[in-house]
Design a protein around this ligand. Structure first.
Ligand code: OTN
Length: 366
């Protein structure tokens, strides 16, 4: 056993091991957490906006009044969603388990507003279960969006901060506890201004207790818990440059700090890299009228360049239709983007490069 392995076997962390008499240098500035490195390596993530809005004419932000019964996908197949992602080379996906309309895609014990009271599978279905099972089958990392704003609960006396804090907390416990490994969760800032940091602190503890590796997309008052930040627009254009660091106040007061979100802040006080959310169609939810307005491969290419190419991760939305399937145009454009990426970047020109350090350590690393 050499000296290094001796220290490692003794349980002393690698950074503290004196390698051939020399200590590793201290990190310079802020560095990413293991969760953030894992997230960066995904490069692209799919978003699936699916819910009661899918079954209403041209609604994207439902007011929570649509009857649950109208949710009725005729041929839901999450495996088809995953095949689209495999062909497109996208390794992770996030589903809107509850968008701002409050409709729940899983049979939550805490509300009647969801699949339980829909026509789909006579109220016995669970879209989140089908989604996570398909992710598992196809080797895709599953993420769950639970919208903090909830217009359905806003209609009732439940939407007072303390009661809602408990309600949402229970739903988080269900989703973080009963559906296997969750790689990302999303705290959308839309409509969430009334939610305070103490409320998010309660929810944060639930996420961390049940899912230590889950990346949190944090906004507004959830800023202390954000692993990743919004980058300020929904058109796919991260800043140039787009620093991984920003000042945390920019995440908290987002509307006053567009640049701090979009470009980040060099030397800022927090390491919170930018995630670029954009839909492959004009809307977040599916509308047949938009079948001819799916972003072209050229547009997707440009978005890849201004997101991944700008040091961000691309979160690309594919809205399933009323059958519960991704439209073939969306799948085709994503597949052609992948083809273009492979043709352009498939040959790693640095693979055979020899790297030399100007200053070696202990005579070993030159
Ligand atoms: O009116 N809006 O709430 C709005 C208009 C345009 C673009 C975004 C928004 S909401 C915004 O959504 C982001 C995700 O795309 C983040 O969740 C932000 O926190 C939220 O304010």
């Amino acid at each position: 056993m050499n000296l290094r392995n001796f220290f490692l076997a003794a349980g002393i962390a690698a950074v503290a091991v004196p390698v051939w008499g020399q200590k590793a240098p201290e990190p310079y500035g802020l560095t990413p957490s293991a969760r953030q490195v894992e997230w960066y390596n995904r490069e692209m993530i799919a978003f699936f906006h699916f819910g009661i809005n899918t079954f209403e004419e041209y609604v994207n932000e439902g007011d929570g009044r649509a009857p649950a019964a109208i949710f009725n996908p005729t041929a839901l197949d999450c495996g088809q969603w995953m095949r689209t992602l495999q062909t497109a080379g996208i390794p992770s996906a996030i589903i809107t388990a509850k968008h701002a309309d409050g409709f729940c895609l899983w049979p939550s014990k805490y509300t009647d507003y969801g699949v339980k009271n829909s026509a789909w599978k006579n109220g016995k279905g669970d879209v989140v279960r089908e989604f996570v099972d398909a992710c598992e089958e196809y080797g895709i990392k599953a993420g769950i969006y639970l919208g903090p704003h909830d217009r359905h609960e806003h209609l009732s006396p439940l939407y007072t901060t303390e009661k809602y804090k408990q309600y949402y907390g229970h739903q988080l416990e269900e989703l973080m506890g009963d559906y296997g490994k969750v790689w990302e969760t999303w705290w959308d800032g839309a409509g969430a201004d009334e939610l305070t940091t103490p409320v998010y602190t309660h929810w944060y503890k639930i996420v961390r207790e049940k899912q230590p590796d889950c990346v949190i997309f944090g906004t507004k008052n959830s800023y202390p818990f954000a692993d990743v930040r919004w980058m300020g627009n929904e058109s796919g254009k991260a800043g140039d440059p787009c620093w991984s660091t920003t000042d945390s106040v920019c995440v908290r007061d987002e509307w006053k700090n567009y640049e701090g979100l979009n470009e980040g802040v060099k030397g800022g006080d927090a390491y919170i890299p930018a995630e670029t959310d954009v839909s492959i169609r004009p809307s977040w939810f599916y509308h047949a009228e938009e079948d001819s307005r799916v972003k072209s491969v050229k547009e997707l290419w440009d978005i890849y360049c201004t997101s991944v190419g700008h040091n961000s991760v691309l979160l690309l939305n594919f809205p399933p239709d009323r059958r519960g399937l991704i439209h073939p145009t969306d799948s085709l454009h994503a597949a052609l983007l992948k083809q273009g990426l492979d043709e352009t970047f498939g040959n790693n020109l640095l693979a055979k490069a020899k790297v030399k350090a100007t200053n070696g350590r202990g005579g070993k690393f030159r």
